[in-house]
Design a protein around this ligand. Structure first.
Ligand code: ZN
Length: 134
């Protein structure tokens, strides 16, 4: 069973903390031990796990990605969002987190971020939880 989280972004580039939504789904499923897969089915958005405590970290990540893939370059893609596709590939479209004792095993400062690179839009994040054999 796949669960879907809907994420409404409000700017072209944005990192949205979805940790609480993912935790809610894990709790609802009531699985003690397993793996939680987080998958983003979009070509100009992605998902990453990084620091959620200091908001300046996500600001710096977006800043660095913009330096790697500036919006206006001699790109071939005529849609005008080549930089968004490149950033999505750099960040990746999936993440996985272990579940132990019914909880996501994330580091103290880690959060799960939906990464928007061509917003604002309404996006989807798919969650699949696999139960460990006992
Ligand atoms: Zn495109």
């Amino acid at each position: 069973m796949i669960k879907t989280i809907s994420v409404k972004t409000s700017s072209r580039e944005e990192m949205v903390d979805i940790r609480a939504e993912v935790e809610k789904i894990v709790k609802e499923r009531g699985i003690k031990n397993g793996v939680c897969y987080i998958y983003v089915p979009h070509t100009t958005a992605g998902v990453t796990i990084n620091e959620g405590a200091d908001p300046s970290v996500k600001k710096d990540i977006l800043y660095a990605l913009k330096k790697i893939a500036p919006p206006t370059e001699a790109y071939s893609h005529i849609e005008g969002n080549a930089d968004s596709h490149i950033k999505a590939t750099l960040v990746g479209s999936s993440a996985s987190v272990f579940i132990e004792g019914g909880r996501l095993i994330l580091g103290q400062w880690q959060s799960i971020f939906f990464c928007e690179f061509d917003g604002p839009r309404t996006r989807k994040v798919y969650i699949k939880i696999i139960k460990e054999e006992e």
